[in-house]
Design a protein around this ligand. Structure first.
Ligand code: TZP
Ligand code: MG
Length: 220
């Protein structure tokens, strides 16, 4: 398989759901199923932080979530853990600035999808040169989900990247809800990535549908 095209990547980023076991109040499998039914376009397995799983338990959990995604044709991305992504033959990986060389990861995963978190122009240029398929930019708004999150930056960087003609697919992340998602799209993002807006919702299906409606309306 060749590298994913820009157009395909852009459409996959529309509603990007990220989750690990400690982001959920109910069975993660149920949350994921509802999120898929509600219209997410891609899923990231992100098992980290307090009380997170490791080793065989993490592997089996990831495998379970991957099979839910596969059965419904939702691409399955693994956060940070390249070994796990390769062992599960995931569709891709997402890495941050502290997760090793982007170039090395690109070499290891071949043509799988590669997402990189970036926070400034320098990181953006390097990630693109080193083989990223898309960029995660944030936190857009204040988030309590990521323990070591940087300060919220709004949509300034996304807007600036588009202004100077950078075309790589971009997803905004951090504190995004259906109430505040619109500016991310209006300023040049191809989609939004959320954890708690779906994972902690009383009704994950409803929240997913509401988010998707906001995003669709913002593209027009
Ligand atoms: N990276 C930047 S902010 C964030 C990550 C993983 C957390 C997003 O979670 P939430 O609950 O959507 O704010
Ligand atoms: Mg990371």
């Amino acid at each position: 398989m060749p590298r994913i095209s820009k157009e395909q990547m852009q459409s996959l980023l529309k509603l990007y759901f990220i989750m690990g076991s400690n982001n959920c109040r109910i069975e993660p499998e149920l949350v994921l199923q509802q999120a898929i039914e509600g219209g997410i376009s891609i899923f990231q397995f992100r098992e980290k932080g307090t009380d997170s799983m490791a080793g065989e338990e993490k592997y089996q959990f990831a495998k379970q979530l991957k099979s839910i995604c596969i059965s419904q044709k939702i691409p399955f991305i693994v956060n940070d853990d390249i070994e796990l992504a390769l062992a599960l033959d995931a569709d891709g990986v997402h890495i941050g600035q502290d997760d090793g060389s982007v170039k090395e990861v690109r070499k290891r995963i071949g043509d799988k999808i590669l997402g990189v978190s970036t926070h400034n122009l320098e990181e953006v240029h390097s990630a693109i040169a080193d083989g990223a398929d898309y960029l995660g930019i944030g936190p857009i708004y204040t988030t309590t989900t990521k323990e070591d999150a940087k300060k919220a930056q709004g949509t300034t960087l996304i807007k600036e990247l588009r202004r100077i003609g950078i075309e790589i697919p971009i997803v905004g992340i951090g504190g995004i809800t259906s109430e505040n998602a619109a500016p991310v799209i209006e300023n040049g993002g191809n989609g939004v990535a959320v954890i708690s807006e779906i994972s902690l919702a009383d009704h994950p299906l409803e929240n997913t549908r509401r988010l998707l409606n906001t995003i669709n309306d913002s593209f027009i």
